[in-house]
Design a protein around this ligand. Structure first.
Ligand code: ASP
Ligand code: MG
Length: 417
């Protein structure tokens, strides 16, 4: 199973190059299934086009439109493969049985019935599947799985077909200890656990789609993240071996996310049920809340402040929804701040080693950075800092945990799409 991202098939020449790569894999004796993303920035362009036609395009029609991007690259790739003398057939997600929920724009895969894929493979064909799409079980309409979700298609299909592993090709060499465009001394990691990769993906590392990693972890599909522009080995995302002799580093990586915003609800009555009401409204609008902080209420007013972070993209929706309940919930004011970023350190090593938090916070303090909010999991510590300080915070953490590569720094280009 191989998946190629948009930057690997940006133009006709790249499609031919990817075709040659696929032929080489086939000639090495493998049965090959390929999941493909839309060419370059096609999905963004289609989205822009839709917004030019209509300010609020119907989600069903938007999915009809966006899925054509992947259909285009899949068909073109099949043509290029035919010219290289191999048999290949392209399919839409719906044709290969990617069955999803009915939520347009963000459907979840319920099941995959890969009969047609298996038949085509039996006949010796290379199978090309349009990523990021499926068909709703109930409405029978075409759905998309969320931005960047071709990764998820690939892993889900790998699992359904019983593939040995899933290769995800993009324009970066693998998973790095931090974004190499921010930290020149970032290093590629040869291996990372599903758990750590999930935390990294959830904390803004753009390399793999979060649901793809969740899927891989649940179905135990080994994922090899690598570059389509080189033959270098990439990063294996796999299960952590218990008692592995390999010394686990304390921290596996530093992730950052600029796409977060903070909402502060000022003067919330300190009564049972008020917080529930607030977050019900947020949930009804399908907004994912990340960190939440509630201050100790002031004795004289019995009111408290609640702050939480959310994706910047949902900022408008959230403030509108909350303003609508201001009176019934009885809070005094709503503050919105999107000039922030989140920086996280992730590593299974922190489970068994105390002092990681202290080290992280000390590094930030030494760099003169103020911490806005904090959240943790068993293997992650995240902080919110002011937007202009994100880069400095990432570098400070990377250095403090001894992750900087020695010698000449290598700067990689690319977007990791
Ligand atoms: N083409 C889709 C997007 O740009 C899906 C993908 O590339 O994974 O989000
Ligand atoms: Mg991607």
């Amino acid at each position: 199973m191989q998946k190629y991202g948009g930057s690997s098939v940006a133009d006709a020449e790249s499609i031919k190059r990817v075709a040659r790569r696929i032929v080489a894999t086939k000639q090495a004796g493998n049965e090959v299934v390929v999941v493909i993303s839309a060419m370059g920035d096609t999905t963004d362009e289609l989205m822009d086009l839709a917004l030019q036609v209509s300010p609020m395009p119907a989600p069903r029609e938007l999915d009809m439109l966006l899925t054509t991007g992947e259909r285009q690259s899949a068909a073109l790739l099949a043509m290029a493969l035919a010219d290289l003398g191999v048999k290949a057939r392209s399919y839409t997600g719906s044709q290969v049985g990617v069955i999803t929920t009915e939520t347009h724009g963000n459907a979840r895969i319920i099941d995959i019935t890969p009969g047609r894929v298996m038949n085509a493979l039996d006949e010796g064909d290379i199978v090309i599947v349009a990523g990021f799409q499926g068909v709703s079980q109930t409405t029978k309409d075409v759905t998309t799985l969320g931005r960047g979700a071709s990764d998820t298609t690939a892993v889900a299909l790998a699992s359904a077909c019983g593939a040995d592993y899933c290769e995800i090709y993009s324009d970066v060499d693998g998973v790095f200890t931090a974004d190499p465009r921010i930290v020149p001394g970032a290093r590629q990691v040869p291996r990372i656990s599903y758990e750590e990769m999930m935390e990294m993906a959830a904390c803004g590392a753009k390399i793999l789609h979060l649901r793809c990693v969740e899927y891989a972890r649940r179905e135990l599909v080994p994922v090899h993240v690598r570059s389509s522009f080189s033959d270098n080995p990439g990063t294996w995302v796999t299960q952590l071996e218990e008692g592995s002799p390999m010394e686990q580093p304390l921290i596996s990586g530093v992730a950052h996310d600029r796409g977060v915003a903070k909402i502060t609800i000022v003067g919330v009555p300190d009564r049972v049920g008020v917080a529930a009401k607030i977050f019900e409204v947020i949930a009804e609008n399908e907004i994912n809340v990340d960190m939440i902080v509630q201050n100790v209420s002031k004795i004289d007013t019995s009111r408290t402040d609640i702050s939480f972070t959310l994706p910047t993209a949902d900022g408008r929706k959230a403030t509108q929804a909350l303003t609508a309940i201001q009176e019934t919930a009885g809070f005094q004011e709503l503050l919105y701040d999107d000039q922030i970023g989140k920086v996280s350190v992730v590593g299974v090593g922190m489970r068994s080693h105390p002092g990681v938090t202290a080290k992280f916070f000390k590094a930030l303090a030494d760099a003169g950075i103020n911490i806005g909010m904090i959240s943790t999991s068993e293997i992650r510590i995240s902080v919110v800092v002011d937007a202009p300080e994100v880069d400095v915070a990432v570098r400070a953490a990377h250095t403090a945990f001894g992750l900087d590569a020695e010698g000449e720094a290598i700067v990689y280009a690319g977007t990791g799409r």
